[in-house]
Every structure is written in C-alpha cells, then in structure tokens.
Design a protein around this ligand. Structure first.
Ligand SMILES: [Zn+2]
Length: 56
C-alpha cells in the first residue's frame, strides 16, 4: 500500500496501476484513488510530490 498524496487515502499500487491511476513525476511513480486525484496531481505535481532529500 502507498499513500494518495492528494487526499491522503491508502492506495493499492497494483489496483491503481490496473486502473491507470498513476503518474510519474521527477522519476517517481505516484498512485491515486480516483481520476480526480490524479488530475489534481497532474495539474500541480509540485504541490503534492514528496521533495527528494539527500542523506540524513
Ligand atoms: Zn485520492
């Protein structure tokens, strides 16, 4: 399971993938519970994506 960063719900990766509810951003794949969440992410990915951090 992973988190839908738009609404905070837990999402099953395989299920999201089978429904096309995934987006790639900066080399990472993100999973969503619904087309609406995917659309919001696609419009403003920088608002939702986790910022990559080095070290620590
Ligand atoms: Zn969602």
């Amino acid at each position: 399971m992973t988190k839908d960063l738009v609404c905070g719900m837990q999402v099953d990766e395989q299920q999201a993938r089978s429904q096309g509810l995934t987006s790639e951003y900066q080399g990472r794949t993100y999973y969503f519970c619904s087309p609406g969440c995917k659309r919001q992410f696609d419009q403003h990915p920088e608002r939702y994506a986790e910022q990559p951090r080095d070290g620590r």
